[in-house]
Design a binder for this molecule. Structure first.
Ligand SMILES: CC(C)(COP(=O)(O)OP(=O)(O)OC[C@H]1O[C@@H](n2cnc3c(N)ncnc32)[C@H](O)[C@@H]1OP(=O)(O)O)[C@@H](O)C(=O)NCCC(=O)NCCS
Length: 216
């Protein structure tokens, strides 16, 4: 028996002109941890709701692995979160995640992402988010996609704007003890998606639809 027969998400692969996105496997964990250890953002302020990059370098890889394993344990048709490892030029450079709860009725996905700093500003963040939006709208049948970013996070908010998201209110988050920041929520309807010029190639989608309980 193959591993993907047990866990179809391990057989899913989305290819863009420059990237390959696959749900994180154990073999990806060292590359993913190294990408995070090499630095994801200015340490002065965290772009994340959970300040996982603040961990000591000796703790971060184990925390990251533990988090990835916890995601797998929570996948069900009612509630799922998939972290994709982003492969670029033969190495893992970050992660793009896609999640939903009660997808059967809400037809809404959420996304979040990060890249190692050395590859920022080359359009990779836009390419990986666009890829998962194509997958969510065209393969999973989503109607809406939501996201959010700290109000100072111009790179993330620019990616959202370029892809057609609309502003969807502001909430207050407190990722670090004693610090709070406005989070700008954004929302994209399928019809407003500014589709890229390129398309994705998807392998292994059919069994994943079954695993996530999504009717065709
Ligand atoms: C957010 C992130 C994934 C974007 O990826 P990226 O590959 O750097 O983004 P892209 O190159 O595709 O596009 C970023 C856009 O923002 C712009 N941008 C980047 N930094 C900016 C800044 N400080 N001010 C204004 N615009 C900025 C870029 O010019 C680009 O726009 P353009 O294509 O019109 O020139 C990446 O920066 C990252 O990992 N940041 C740290 C983690 C993070 O913030 N994650 C999101 C949490 S909500």
């Amino acid at each position: 028996m193959q591993l993907e027969e047990i866990w179809p998400l391990f057989g899913l692969e989305i290819t863009t002109p420059r990237l390959v996105l696959r749900p994180v496997r154990d073999v990806d964990l060292p590359g993913l941890a190294q990408a995070a250890l090499d630095g994801v953002h200015d340490p002065e302020r965290t772009p994340f709701g959970v300040p996982w990059t603040d961990a000591a370098p000796e703790d971060l890889p184990r925390n990251l692995a533990s988090f990835q394993w916890s995601l797998r344990n929570r996948v069900s048709p009612r509630n799922w979160a998939i972290a994709f490892a982003v492969h670029f030029e033969g190495r893992v450079v970050g992660s793009q995640d896609l999640s939903a709860h009660d997808f059967a009725h809400r037809r809404t996905v959420n996304t979040g992402s990060w890249l190692t700093r050395s590859v920022h500003g080359r359009g990779i963040g836009t390419e990986m988010r666009a890829a998962l939006l194509l997958f969510a709208f065209d393969v999973l049948g989503a109607d809406w996609a939501e996201s959010g970013a700290a109000s100072w996070n111009e790179a993330s908010l620019k990616v959202s704007k370029k892809l057609g998201y609309e502003l969807n209110g502001v909430t207050r988050v407190a990722p670090r003890p004693g610090e709070s920041v406005d989070e700008q929520r954004v929302r994209l309807e399928e019809a407003s998606f500014v589709r890229p010029q390129w398309s994705i190639t998807v392998r292994g989608a059919e069994p994943v639809l079954d695993q996530l309980g999504i009717a065709r």
